[in-house]
Write a protein that binds this ligand. Structure first.
Ligand SMILES: [Zn+2]
Length: 114
């Protein structure tokens, strides 16, 4: 049942993306529906779509059209241009793990050469 709900979320967001250029109101409605499903089954939003809607006014956000994305203090900030809601996504931890993986693979390779 949860799997079906996740599939529905994916479908709704994809439809929202497709409809946005022609019928923005419809894509906002799809976001609303997707959020209702997520609430009902207590699901996390799929990571890819997490930053693509406004939590406050339930609008689908398309960067360059109705949202503004800036890099401020090692965070991706997404601002909804309709209600002004700002959402920050830290990327410092991501950088850290990436760096750590790099070091680990490096030391591993050195071990082989010896
Ligand atoms: Zn908003």
């Amino acid at each position: 049942m949860i799997k079906i709900a996740y599939e529905r979320l994916e479908i709704l967001f994809k439809m929202a993306e497709e409809e946005f250029s022609l019928h923005p109101e419809r894509s906002h409605r799809y976001v609303e529906m997707a959020r209702n499903i997520a609430k009902k089954y207590n699901l996390n939003m799929p990571p890819y779509w997490r930053g693509r809607f406004c939590k406050q006014c339930n609008r689908f956000l398309k960067p360059g059209f109705n949202s503004k994305i800036r890099l401020i203090e090692s965070a991706v900030t997404t601002q909804c241009l309709k209600c002004g809601e700002i959402r920050r996504n830290l990327y410092k931890s991501e950088q850290k793990t990436r760096r750590r993986n790099k070091i680990e693979s490096h030391t591993f390779q050195e071990g082989i050469n010896e």
